[in-house]
Design a protein around this ligand. Structure first.
Ligand code: UDP
Length: 380
């Protein structure tokens, strides 16, 4: 019997996303592999989504990404409106075997409130959950609603109500993870890269300071708040500093950016991003938050670049110290580790990524979890 899954992508961005888009990228990576395994996928997302699926439900005409800049209750309001449309659709039809939901927090509560006629729900947690535990309080869906994490550490830190409903975790994957011999080797340069949103949790200030002190070339790639290019940030007036990430950049990162040893290149995408990471001596993650899933970490391994990081969040699960990277709990040691990372083999990083972080593997794991959720929901 064919399994029909309603994949609820939420109201924020089209799938695949036009540029940055964590959840939408995960869905765009997962869905083709699920369909290859014979799963029928109904995608609930914004109308502009182009991902090939078996059926589409367009709940919003356009992505509501701008709403993410607003206060949190408005963000929830947009999510609620989206979910109301999904719930209406579920009441109308009876061919959905399972809802795979990706809408933060309110998704669970709304779907749980559908009652006993609802299909079972698997909700994937995408964030650091310590921040909004209250939003996950209402899980009155009983056995019909289950959650999964994107790492064991994310689940371990999650509020009790969520852990009690967990069916496990599935690590993130990347289409870049392919057999090592299918990827041409890229010549290594001297530079180190930090790929990610410029944000205190990602620790670019620490990385930039160490680069200057220890003397290694560092490229910072990623947006500063809504600004993707250095010239756009430069053109933005003082008002831009109302954004906390813009303020963080100006106050704590920019003083180390000299355009020579330490550079900020803005958001990089496509081949440019892949080449920048593949040619780096190491990817640095000087984290100050508990990284929940770490897409950029598995991308780095897939591109043959070892990871140097603070041992926070999911990093110890993804990185084998001494094989695919170097981890420490001592921030000040990171500079030294960057210099040592040149001794780690690019091939070994790619091999591990091709074993552990392929989209096919992620889809296989989700099919297992779908079974588990449906079996749990079928119990009297
Ligand atoms: N990314 C990118 N260009 C950049 C910076 C980041 O394409 O300049 C991508 C990166 O490759 C990864 C995603 O943005 O796919 C970031 O995901 P991650 O889970 O590492 O961090 P998040 O921002 O979701 O906390």
């Amino acid at each position: 019997m064919t399994l029909t899954v309603l994949m609820n992508a939420g109201p924020w961005l089209s799938v695949p996303p036009p540029g940055y888009g964590g959840i939408e990228n995960v869905i765009a990576t997962l869905v083709p592999e699920l369909r290859r395994l014979g799963v029928r996928v109904v995608l609930a997302s914004v109308e502009s989504s182009t991902l090939p699926v078996d059926e589409r439900i367009a709940v919003y005409p356009d992505g509501q990404f701008h709403a993410l800049q607003r206060p949190y209750n408005q963000v929830c309001g947009v999510s609620q409106a989206h979910l109301a449309g999904v719930v209406r659709e579920l009441h109308r039809r009876d061919d959905v075997d399972l809802v795979h939901d990706h809408v933060e927090a309110v998704g669970l509560a709304t779907l749980a409130a559908m009652g006993p006629d609802a299909p079972p729900v698997l909700h994937t947690l995408h964030w650091d959950l310590a921040k909004h535990p209250e939003l996950y309080g209402n899980l009155d869906g009983g056995d019909r609603v289950r959650v999964n994490g994107v790492s064991a550490s994310q689940l371990a830190r999650a509020p009790r109500a969520l852990r009690d409903h967990s069916v496990g975790h599935v690590h993130l994957s990347t289409p870049l993870a392919v057999d090592a011999d299918r990827r041409p080797a890229v010549a290594k340069g001297e530079h180190v890269v930090i790929l990610g949103r410029i944000n205190p949790g990602k620790g670019q200030d620490l990385g930039a300071r160490l680069a200057r002190e220890v003397g290694f070339p560092l490229v910072l790639a990623g947006p500063v708040g809504p600004y993707h290019r250095p010239e756009d940030l430069a053109a933005a007036g003082d008002e831009a500093r109302q954004n906390p990430d813009v303020r963080f950049f100006h106050e704590h990162v920019a003083p180390y950016v000299d355009g020579d040893l330490v550079r900020w290149v803005g958001t990089v995408a496509g081949q440019e991003r892949d080449d920048l990471v593949a040619s780096a001596r190491a990817s640095l993650f000087p984290l100050r938050w508990e990284e929940p899933g770490g897409t950029a970490v598995v991308e780095s391994l897939s591109l043959g670049t070892p990871v140097v990081a603070t041992a926070r969040g999911c990093l110890p699960e993804l990185i084998e110290h001494g094989r695919t990277g170097l981890l420490t709990t001592d921030e000040e040691e990171l500079g030294e580790l960057v210099l040592a990372a040149g001794g780690l083999a690019a091939d070994e990083c790619r091999r591990v990524a091709a074993e552990r972080f392929t989209p096919a593997r992620m889809a296989q794991r989700y099919v297992e979890l779908y079974d588990r959720v449906r079996q749990g929901a079928a119990k009297p």
